[in-house]
Design a protein around this ligand. Structure first.
Ligand code: FAD
Length: 369
């Protein structure tokens, strides 16, 4: 069975490794000519780490990751703590894996190194069609290949999705995200630098989130706010530090002090789609942001792409018929990802504490497919 994965992001690379783990192989076609270290952070919650660990990358990820001790919620204006969930060893005990926070580039380079030569860089999918029961893929570099199964892991603007389900544009939410990384030494004296802390505003779009990166040597600062005039999506566009600080001028002094420590900031508009009713045909399927892009407020976009990858690999291994495998994969994943997409948009997850099990206790290696 020849499997073509379009997109060598977190989801596509994880799928290549998960397929290998169940005894199948695939080729990943990635449009970028080289992997670049962009994006600043990634917060991998226990469900994501538990899905990644059996792929043999866990040790490498832990070399640079931090393990936040608690997941804390604070009122953005008064500073009052509204919840404190133990993570780190407690999460490992409860869910079989800890929360890991690391540079997105470090995650991608660990995955990329593990996948190795099965990634073909400089391959941007141009068209996809069926011919004589096979999928024919053409790339903008002029190459063409055929495959039995095609998986679109090509992100929110998925070309696979458009080729099969037709054009449809994601919706701009009117919200922008600012991202900054600060040496932890610069924040000396600030509280809970070894924790994940979310400062909640009075609107679901307004928040500041901080957590440690690079074994605690750096702190990541993530802040969202309404800004209907800014629509550009980017992992690399610089924002204005004054705009960042002005947006939270009414926040608690401890939260503002975190922003005062930032020298540089990146800005990106946030886009979403509504949950899809279906994302598999008899030979083509989607995973990750290609089928269920979500707001980053539950930190589950990459986690759900990783879970998809494991469940899809297990379905392809379990069923002799590809259409059946793709249908079972979709059925196993659609309800959970739609619930998280909707929950992420509402942005109330764990504000006052509560039980995180329905998200964190999910075991992609064990769920029924
Ligand atoms: C500001 C922000 C913060 C976030 N923080 C978190 C977090 O802390 N935790 C978390 O779990 N999630 C987080 N997310 C979500 C997460 O980044 C995404 O859900 C995740 O990257 C999706 O992975 P993916 O592999 O599906 O898609 P992508 O990461 O978008 O990867 C798609 C890949 O496909 C390639 N591609 C695109 N088109 C083509 C084509 N035509 N041909 C070939 N290749 C193509 C792209 O170059 C890319 O490499 C955040 C998102 C944002 C915007």
């Amino acid at each position: 069975m020849e499997i073509a994965i379009i997109g060598g992001g977190i989801g596509g690379l994880t799928l290549a490794l998960a397929l290998r783990r169940v005894g199948l192989s695939a080729t990943v076609y990635e449009r970028a000519r080289a992997f670049a270290r962009v994006g600043a952070d990634i917060n991998l919650t226990p469900n994501a780490v538990r899905a990644l660990d059996p792929l043999g990358v866990g040790e490498k990820l832990r070399e640079t990751a931090a393990r936040p001790k608690f997941r804390i919620s604070r009122d953005g204006y008064t500073g009052a703590e509204t919840s404190r969930l133990p993570m780190s060893d407690a999460a490992e005990e409860q869910y079989g894996a800890p929360q890991l926070t690391l540079h997105r580039g470090d995650l991608l380079s660990v995955l990329e190194a593990a996948v190795g030569p099965d990634v073909r860089l400089g391959h941007q999918l141009e068209s996809l069609r069926e011919q004589d029961g096979r999928q024919v893929l053409t790339f903008t570099n002029g190459e063409a290949v055929t495959a039995d199964v095609v998986v679109g892991a090509d992100g929110i603007h998925s070309a696979v999705r458009e080729a099969v389900w037709g054009p449809e544009h994601p919706t701009f939410t009117g919200v922008v995200a600012y991202r900054a990384v600060v040496p932890t030494a610069k924040l000396a004296g600030a509280a809970d630098l070894d924790c994940f802390t979310k400062w909640w505003g009075n609107d679901p779009a307004i928040q500041i989130v901080t957590f440690p990166l690079t074994r605690g040597e750096e702190m990541f600062i993530f802040a969202t706010t309404p800004r209907p005039s800014w629509t550009e999506e980017s992992w690399t566009t610089p924002g204005r530090i004054e705009d960042l600080r002005a947006a939270y001028a009414d926040f608690h002094p401890e939260a503002r002090a975190l922003l005062d420590a930032c020298d540089e900031v990146l800005i990106s508009a946030l886009h979403v789609r509504d949950p899809l009713p279906t994302w598999s045909t008899d030979a083509v399927s989607l995973l990750g942001d290609a089928c269920h892009p979500m707001m980053p407020f539950m930190a589950q976009g990459a986690g759900q792409a990783i879970e998809d990858a494991v469940v899809l690999a297990r379905a392809l291994q379990a069923y002799a018929s590809v259409p059946e495998a793709l249908r079972h994969y979709q059925d196993a994943r659609l309800e959970r990802t739609a619930r998280i997409q909707i929950g992420s948009r509402g942005n109330a997850w764990l504000r006052e504490g509560g039980n995180a099990d329905w998200v964190y206790a999910y075991n992609a290696w064990d769920v029924a497919v």
